[in-house]
Ligand binder design. Sequence first.
Ligand code: IMP
Length: 429
Amino acid sequence: MALDIIIGAQWGDEGKGRMVDLLAKDATIVARFSGGDNAGHTVTVGETVFKLHLIPSGIVHPHTVGVLGNGTVINPETLLGEMDKLKDMGISVTPKRLKISPAAHLITPAHRALDAAEEAQRGDEQIGTTLRGIGPAYMDKTARRGLRIGEMLDEESLADRVKEHVAFANKKLTSLYNAEPLDAQAVAAQFVGYARKLKPYIADTSRMIYQALKDGKRVLAEGAQGTLLDLDHGTYPFVTSSNPTAPGALIGLGVGPTYVGEIVGVTKAFQTRVGEGELPTELDGDLALRLRGTGSNPWDEYGTTTGRPRRVGWLDLVLLRYTARLNGLTKLALTKLDILTGIDPLMICTAYKKDGEMFQEMPMGMLTLEGFEPVFEELPGWTEDVQGARTWDDLSLNAQGYIRFIEEQVGVPVGWASVGAEREQMVVI
Ligand code: IMP
């Protein structure tokens, strides 16, 4: 069988968790390949809402094994906290159910302190990071001084390495940012404690995935964040510090391209973005409130990780064409179609305009979105409740028309449309 990759086709928060939940039914392994606890994946099973940040969403299926691949960055405190929470909810994350690559990098309190200090120093130019220490951890990785999970296998040298790491970070914190230094000894002791708990989870995940694929099993790569937050291909500098795109899954898991099967791009039926940076189709006022929700429901547009209200806008097909091409998407999954019910007409961005010239795709990739004006087409809305729809024929003509329009414009078929937060509220097309 194949490695199927689930990718965020926007700026994150597309509903990847629920798609992974759906597709994990016949997968053996569900693997995170990039990012860390900056992600927030929500899975609703009956009355229970699972909010996961680090552990792959597939964990809610007892038959799957979760993997945190070499491309991820792991804060052991969050990971252990998440394990405890899941345990309270009846899911025991034993070393049989979760495997961590020794090459994944560690996030420490020093990384978090640096993230906060760097953001504060940026003043008006803030990126709006999740303050989880993601950027500084990847900076240490590329500077080749990062701490890796595999170092937890030797407690003594781990303690020394953590002390060195904190001492180095303290220099930056105090001299560059005028921030408080951390207690290196205390952090080292903390990490030795984490190592004792996490050691049994460390495994050669790349080989494990290879073997599963060789044995004809299905492996799901669970994307975090989204294509437009990709370090190389996103809206730099308002991006994350990893590659949450399909090729990133191969690097971040240590799997060759031969095994790739479906590449599913998950997109909401409208646009959202947290943090700073351009959002060409941004809405405000009543319509924005309508799309965002008030925050009273777990699926309203408020960050799972930070609680920040998300910015919202009309669906942007210029960006979706770009993400389809970049990831080589074979299918689209459209989420939150039900939120559009009752909005008439629906606007959808099909091109950008700048200095009198029209663009179907950005002329220089995502170099800058500044100054590009969205060009909209108007589509008729629908008033029929779609939440009970399960098949194509259950959808009203105008809801079908909205989906077909997206397929034609982007050139990728829509395989699913979610029509509510519950697991079964899904139209399979
Ligand atoms: P960082 O990943 O915490 O460094 O944040 C960099 C940018 O990515 C900020 O704009 C964040 O809001 C955004 N970001 C990071 N993770 C997510 C996510 O899971 N969903 C949506 N936005 C995210």
